[in-house]
Design a protein around this ligand. Structure first.
Ligand code: GTP
Length: 598
């Protein structure tokens, strides 16, 4: 196909503004799928994604559209993950495109994530086509949204397309705008191959399938290719396109989007953002923007039943085949036994992996509270990266500690400015900026420790603004903080898996609260259990779980068998997620208590 008839585009939107629904309508309109196939939203494929209603991994699809000018165009839609954990993946997907549809909910207006993604798209010089969706809603106010787009983003919104992805209104206008406004790729077939990897998945028969955008040159089966970041060579076995099922083609030409299979055994060899080139005639420079992904959030995963350790390792191995951003290494906890310390891109990523381990691999796990990586500068000038609070050296060995900070952008109706300020201050935020988007809405910028975001910043933000606030954040680097380790002792023994790193000023308060919370969570047992919170050798709080007075079955007088069985079953259910720590049975919630306190 002539390169002038190719259009590569993404859809950027805030969560729930209708990206997936619009994508489905575009597929339907261009006949990429039959009505039956349309029953399910196609671009969000994983069950979990559907349940949570969010797009987790980028996907791609190729559409054919016969435009009003009589020509047939090849439109490649590259879907982007709609969550702040995946900003790097979004940036790579955008780098594969020439344009983006900016979808804004006509009743909600611009939200924090809309802005973050628009800025990313503008950085990549994409042509942005504003679309105002959900105009069928009675509360839709397209004129106000147009004004916001112009004033806040600085884009001309006079021609913004009014759409209802729900009813299908305006879909043809969207397709015409893709063809007329988004430029075709400019590529050179004669140059050495350069193809950008923007996603990949693992196929048990074909190995890793890399999703690519060809920038220069072309890819054909049989060709020797080189991954520029890892310097590894492979022989291409298949190339193809997304219809949306994978369909083989003879070659991928310049400007095209498709997939490459090359008997690659490990997703780590197809890193998102890396450049594929020809092994025999390599490009001199890789495409810009490649970054090795690093985990932002860590937690310990332990099987409740220690016999499941091998099964957990196998499950992590399998999940990692498809997800190079998941990292894990064996770790031993005195309290929890053998398990793994796992690294994730963010909290959502962590939740998804945990849920998949439990659902798809039938594992019952104890998860420790998530934490960030701390940089510990020791007095002997050694610098440690600490991914587990229990590994923090003794305080006399520490010169100072640094923790990761983020720039957080919050958009709220102005009635809630006070609430956001109060919360952000409590969370050690440094106020940076405040800007009115229009007469009713305000954008506030803070620098905040990432660990506070992980604690409960977002939940509290939502509840203190009645769900109106939207949040986006990006890592800005490390800053020194007064941090200490808070230990918890059960029955006199420190429980390493309950240790947390907290700010010195908040340590006493959090320690007291944590002890109180644990008292509620840890069920009564046959003996009294003292709970202590300590910093170093100093105990700062103490609570006691009193001993159980009676056997739960005592009330049953041995008569009613069904009642007795019910009680025992209930007990068993409660036990499922308990772990024997020394002599004390500790439920899963205890390890997460630190997150749900204030
Ligand atoms: P993520 O996948 O989380 O990024 O969300 P999304 O932006 O893809 O949103 P999605 O398409 O899942 O739509 C969110 C909700 O809005 C769904 O309940 C849709 O049915 C609804 N919705 C989408 N488009 C329209 C529209 O034009 N009108 C109305 N009334 N509802 C819509």
């Amino acid at each position: 196909m002539n390169i002038s008839q190719i259009r590569n585009f993404s859809i950027i939107a805030h969560i729930d503004h209708g990206k997936s629904t619009l994508a489905d309508r575009l597929l339907e309109y261009t006949g990429a799928l039959s009505a039956r196939e349309m029953e399910e939203q196609v671009l969000d494929q994983m069950d979990l994604e559907r349940e949570r209603g969010i797009t987790i991994k980028a996907q791609a699809v190729r559409l054919e559209y016969k435009a009003k000018d009589g020509n047939t165009y090849m439109l490649n839609l590259i879907d982007t993950p709609g969550h702040v954990d995946f900003t790097y993946e979004v940036s790579r997907s955008l780098a594969a495109c020439e344009g983006a549809l900016l979808v804004v909910d006509a009743a909600q207006g611009i939200e924090a994530q809309t802005l973050a993604n628009v800025y990313l798209a503008l950085e990549h010089n994409l042509e942005i086509v504003p679309i105002i969706n959900k105009i069928d809603l009675p509360s839709a106010d397209p004129e106000k949204v147009k004004q916001e787009i112009e004033e806040v983003i600085g884009l001309d919104a006079a021609d913004a397309i009014l759409v209802s992805a729900k009813t299908g209104f305006g879909i043809e206008d969207v397709l015409e705008a893709i063809v007329s406004k988004i430029p075709p790729p400019s590529s050179d077939a004669a140059k050495p191959l350069r193809a950008l990897i923007f996603d990949s998945h693992f196929d048990p028969y074909k190995g890793v399938i890399a999703y690519v955008r060809v920038m220069d040159g072309k890819i054909t089966p049989g060709m020797s290719i080189k991954m520029m970041a890892t310097d590894k060579n492979f022989e291409v076995t298949e190339v193809g396109v997304f219809r949306p099922y994978l369909a083989n083609v003879k070659e991928l030409e310049p400007g095209q989007v498709g997939f490459v299979a090359a008997s690659i055994k490990n997703v780590k060899d197809t890193r998102v953002g890396d450049t594929i080139t020809e092994a025999d005639r390599p490009a001199t420079e890789p495409l810009p923007g490649y970054r090795k992904i690093t985990s932002m959030v860590y937690c310990g995963l332990y099987p409740v039943d220690s016999a499941d350790y091998d099964a957990l390792r196998d499950a992590l191995d399998k999940l990692q085949l498809n997800d190079a951003s998941l990292t894990y290494e064996p770790e031993t906890s005195i309290a929890l036994g053998f398990g793994f310390r796992c690294g994730f891109l963010g909290l959502l990523h962590m939740d998804v992996i945990q849920e998949r381990l439990e659902r798809e691999y039938n594992l019952t796990l104890i998860t420790t509270a998530p934490n960030v990586i701390y940089k510990v500068f020791k007095t002997d000038s050694e610098v440690l990266s600490i991914d587990n609070p229990s590994k923090l050296p003794a305080s006399q060995e520490i010169d100072h500690i640094e923790e990761p900070y983020v720039k957080a952008t919050v958009i709220v109706p102005n009635d809630y400015v006070g609430a956001v300020m109060e919360l952000s201050q409590e969370k050690r935020g440094e106020f940076k900026d405040m800007k009115y988007l229009d007469v009713t809405r305000v954008m506030m910028t803070y620098h905040l420790p990432l660990s506070e975001i992980i604690y409960d910043y977002f939940d509290r933000l939502k509840s203190s603004t009645r769900g109106y606030a939207s949040l986006d954040y990006a890592l800005i680097g490390y800053q020194a903080s007064e941090l200490v380790k808070l230990d918890i002792l059960l029955n006199g023994d420190p429980v390493d898996a309950l240790s947390v790193i907290v700010h010195r000023e908040k340590a006493s308060y959090r320690g007291r609260l944590l002890a109180e919370k644990l008292k509620e969570i840890i069920p009564r047992q046959m003996f009294e259990i003292p709970i202590q919170a300590a910093i170093g050798n100093k105990v700062i709080a103490r609570e006691t779980v009193r001993a159980m007075r009676k056997d739960v079955l005592a009330k049953c007088y041995g008569g009613d068998i069904t009642r007795k069985r019910k009680l025992l079953e209930k007990q068993k259910e409660g036990k499922r997620r308990m772990k024997q720590v020394g002599s004390v049975e500790v439920p899963q919630e205890a390890f997460m208590a630190i997150l749900k306190m204030d």
